[in-house]
Design a protein around this ligand. Structure first.
Ligand SMILES: [Zn+2]
Length: 133
């Protein structure tokens, strides 16, 4: 049993810590080095995050500044609608790279819409296969 007045005023904090000054200074140095390492790591991760954010902002800006009338580069993303010569509104939908395709280039949404309105898919290039993807 402890007698009143025998408790050291620092006992509550010193209990898990070494009791002597030498080991406390050693621990202090160790913790300072650990804190430096943690701070350095935090700075590195923050730098990585800032770099990623800059890249994301840059590519967003580049996408926004890209011309809206993009040049079609393949038949996988572009379609053509060739109206029937009868003039009764029907026609054939082709992939952009189809040899028998003619007419204005269409976007994916336009091609889907025109197919939904009853355009025939070309039997050679089968544009509907790409539209489903
Ligand atoms: Zn075709």
């Amino acid at each position: 049993m402890r007698l009143l007045g025998t408790r050291d005023s620092t006992e509550h904090v010193s209990e898990p810590l070494p009791p002597d000054l030498y080991r406390l200074r050693t621990l202090q140095t160790y913790l300072r080095l650990q804190l430096d390492a943690v701070n350095t790591h935090i700075e590195q991760l923050e730098q990585v995050r800032r770099t990623k954010e800059q890249h994301a902002r840059r590519s967003t800006r580049q996408r926004e500044e890209a011309p809206s009338t993009a040049v079609p580069d393949d038949g996988l993303r572009w379609w053509r609608f060739a109206p029937d010569r009868s003039g009764r509104g029907g026609g054939t939908l082709h992939r952009g790279d189809c040899h028998s395709g003619a007419g204005a280039l269409l976007s994916l949404a336009e091609a889907r819409a025109i197919l939904a309105e009853g355009a025939r898919p070309c039997q050679n290039c089968r544009p509907e296969d790409r539209l489903r993807q």
